[in-house]
Design a binder for this molecule. Structure first.
Ligand SMILES: Cc1cc2nc3c(=O)[nH]c(=O)nc-3n(C[C@H](O)[C@H](O)[C@H](O)COP(=O)(O)OP(=O)(O)OC[C@H]3O[C@@H](n4cnc5c(N)ncnc54)[C@H](O)[C@@H]3O)c2cc1C
Length: 371
């Protein structure tokens, strides 16, 4: 789609294979154009050997190159979840991996102390982790990529994988005159309608609403995109559905380390100027004596005035990450720390300790809030 003509309710379309252009009419239009990967405009960025991981085809292309067996040194740029997941994939292939990020921590959506646990796991897996190091360009030779140049040094590389994040792909919507919000994402109401009649927008290209900060928010996740698509579909079909908003939930893993977060992190809470308390505990995923019991570190933030939960983060071994869903539910329901302490969570030795790690952290937070 090259152009949306709102006045005449039609799209200018080009067939990718033949190049033939035509206009197509519509009654209702759903814009779901997703995101574009961020590619820094540094010297050498267009040389062969530099890969983004945005589509399935990107993944297949990279795998074909790795399967050919000519690459042994991989540099990953970006320590977010894509960078971390790619680091796991590369180290499991036995490659030499350097991961660089210009921030002082990996996983910028975690508080620094929780992100440090992920860094520990990355380093322990044999990856050379370089934080606070900025990409400045790539050095190439006649046979392609030679090295990555940073503000500190030159790192020899056969392959580079970029994991620098994405931005909403909304040029079409903008040119059509639709209102944009945060990070140029498309503004929609809770029925996924844009400001124009019969024009809907869903997924990574739209602005969401954060139920904890009570402010507009932008997130690019499949779980959110799917729910928004369903809501738009019901409404277009004559039903009445709303998308309530998000609480900023994400889960991922690096080798044996599970990572989860929801709600607001320390930095966001402080930006909002809220008075808050924090607890951080280390617990077990199963009864201490039960086979397979594993370490879980859990951190919670709550508002002092209302006692409502503001956010939670988990880094732990197997069985840790999906505990975040209890906190997600608490955030959606606006539960206080006392409410969480009283939740009738299930217990048997194979599944948790008698007080689940979540409730141990909530009790500690309750004490902090009384101080
Ligand atoms: C490597 C990777 C791992 C991920 N892992 C997770 C995960 O574990 N959990 C999770 O929740 N999310 C994950 N995501 C995010 C998830 O994939 C996206 O949030 C989701 O695909 C967004 O869906 P969407 O329909 O909004 O956009 P997309 O799936 O990006 O679809 C947009 C489509 O629109 C097409 N398009 C764009 N412009 C035009 C145009 N002008 N004309 C015609 N077509 C156009 C594009 O080609 C594309 O096919 C991951 C993403 C990546 C890249």
């Amino acid at each position: 789609v090259l152009e949306i003509d709102l006045a005449k309710r039609r799209l200018r379309v080009r067939q990718t294979e033949s190049g033939a252009e035509s206009w197509q009419n519509f009654d209702q239009l759903v814009i779901a154009t997703g995101t574009l990967p961020i590619r820094p405009q540094v010297p050498g960025i267009d040389s062969t050997g530099i890969y983004g991981i945005q589509t399935l085809e990107d993944g297949l292309k990279l795998r074909r190159v790795l399967d050919a067996g000519n690459a042994s040194k991989v540099v990953i740029v970006g320590g977010g979840y894509i960078g971390i997941e790619m680091a796991e994939a590369m180290i499991q292939r036995g490659l030499e991996v350097v991961l660089i990020d210009m921030l002082p921590q990996v996983m910028g959506t975690l508080d620094p102390d929780m992100a440090a646990l992920v860094s520990d796991a990355v380093v322990k897996a044999g990856i050379s982790l370089a934080l606070g190091e900025k990409l400045e360009g790539f050095e190439t030779g006649p046979d392609g990529l030679r090295s990555v140049i940073t503000d500190r040094r030159r790192i020899s590389a056969d392959i580079v994988i970029l994991g620098l994040g994405v931005r909403p792909n909304t040029k079409l919507a903008e040119e059509a005159g639709l209102a944009l919000g945060l990070k140029q994402s498309i503004k929609v109401n809770d029925r996924m309608q844009t400001g124009a009649d019969g024009i809907w927008a869903v997924g990574d290209c739209v602005e969401s609403y954060h139920l904890v900060s009570r402010q507009p928010f932008w997130v690019a996740l499949g779980t959110v995109a799917n729910k928004q698509g369903r809501v738009a579909g019901i409404n277009i079909g004559g039903g009445n559905a709303v998308f309530p908003g998000v609480v900023g939930t994400a889960v991922t893993k690096f080798c044996g380390t599970e990572i989860a977060r929801t709600g607001l992190q320390k930095r966001e809470i402080e930006q909002l100027g809220l008075d808050y308390a924090t607890s951080r505990i280390e617990g077990r995923t199963r009864a201490g004596y039960f086979p397979g019991t594993a370490r879980i570190v859990l951190k919670l933030h709550a508002e002092r005035k209302s006692l409502r939960l503001l956010g939670g983060q988990i880094v732990g071994e197997q069985g840790s990450a999906k505990r975040i869903d209890v906190l997600v539910t608490a955030l959606h329901a606006g539960l206080t720390v006392q409410d969480i302490i009283g939740l009738d969570l299930g217990y048997a030795p194979p599944y948790s300790t008698v007080w689940d790690a979540i409730q141990i952290a909530a009790r500690r937070l309750g004490s902090e809030l009384r101080n």
